[in-house]
Design a binder for this molecule. Structure first.
Ligand code: ASP
Length: 343
């Protein structure tokens, strides 16, 4: 083979491997990276008291610390994701676990998913009402069942059989979310007095879903997301959160992604997977891939929300097209907690 051909094949092969191989060398990436979100939506500084803002910032900070401590101590990405999300599920400020929004019928139905970027294993659960930590159920489904996605009664049965904590459905009740449902129902009644066919309450929502994406010291990526869905959802509606590739995705050759927003749009455009695909197939940086999808495609289509993502080199992106997104990230020597644009 002529020398120039040999040389150019070698260059091409190197470029291909570099783009597609599992994590770049440890020297090129931070020891760990973690990003979290507590939902996006109509979140305005003017609508919040200073105490509320402080409460949110403190909760995000605590969540970051939980994940970061695990990573600093050499823990694995999946453990950081589940522990961080379990804390956010327990915190009534967020629409996941305790503090979840209510369905049209006044129930809490939880969805969650998790993905291990090192082996493409994934677990997801939809529509459970008695499982204290839906994210732990998603992980158990991934690790202890032959399936990826379970729902409703069967998923609850699986949780019980696997010794996960269960609680009375009333454990998830918060007055604030109940009042939000009543407001939406009143509005709906005023608009459609003849009987309700089409729920109208999806405007101006605060999508308080929680999520976490992580790069650990071994170069493994993982992503998880947990939610109560959207206020006034009905007919056992499932959003993007339990749909692998829509609300959650992770693969060590690209990135880990967790989404929040109007789930129907995130399902239609397979948002989490699309970020990965734009990186790995399209050659875009994480930031360009995430921005292109959230700030261009979703905006064009009318899909409100945002996402957090970390790539195999520890880069982090947290774009959102709504007014605000509860979010934060940490890497060695860097840490930020933000709610509004730039703040
Ligand atoms: N994406 C979630 C859903 O559609 C809602 C949220 O992000 O808060 O169920």
């Amino acid at each position: 083979m002529p020398r120039f051909l040999l040389l150019s094949s070698a260059v091409l092969l190197f470029a291909f491997c570099k783009n597609n191989a599992t994590p770049d060398s440890p020297a090129q990436r931070p020891a760990y990276a973690i990003a979290i979100h507590g939902g996006a939506g109509t979140i305005r500084k003017s609508d919040m008291t200073p105490e509320q803002e402080t409460g949110y910032r403190a909760a995000l900070d605590t969540a970051l610390t939980i994940g970061e401590t695990i990573l600093k101590n050499g823990g694995i990405a999946l453990d950081a994701v589940t522990a961080t999300i379990a804390y956010l599920e327990d915190n009534p400020l967020f629409n996941a676990g305790r503090g979840a929004v209510f369905t049209h019928e006044g129930r809490n139905e939880h969805d969650a998913s998790i993905m291990d970027g090192s082996n493409q294993m994934a677990g997801a659960v939809g529509g459970v009402s008695i499982v204290k930590h839906p994210i732990l159920l998603a992980r158990a489904i991934m690790e202890k069942s032959p399936h990826v996605m379970l729902s409703g009664r069967g998923a609850e049965q699986f949780a019980i059989e696997n010794g996960l904590d269960t609680v009375a459905p009333s454990w998830f009740f918060t007055q604030r979310r109940w009042d939000s449902l009543q407001k939406v129902l009143e509005k709906e009644k005023a608009q459609q007095p003849q009987g309700l066919i089409k729920p109208t309450g999806f405007k101006d929502q605060k999508f308080g879903t929680v999520g976490c994406v992580v790069l650990d010291k071994n170069g493994n990526l993982a992503a998880g997301t947990s939610t109560g869905g959207m206020t006034n959802k009905r007919w056992n509606r499932l959003g993007d959160t339990p749909v692998i590739g829509a609300g959650t995705y992770a693969s060590n050759d690209g990135c880990a992604v967790s989404c929040t927003g109007h789930g129907e749009f995130f399902i239609r455009y397979a948002v989490a997977h699309d970020v990965w695909a734009h990186m790995v197939y399209g050659g875009l940086s994480l930031e360009d891939a995430a921005n292109q999808i959230v700030m261009q495609k979703l905006v064009e289509k009318g899909g409100e929300g945002g996402l957090i993502a970390v790539d195999k080199n520890g880069n982090i992106a947290m774009p959102f097209n709504s007014e605000g997104m509860y979010r934060g990230y940490a890497k060695p020597g860097e840490r930020q907690v933000l709610i509004f644009r730039g703040l």
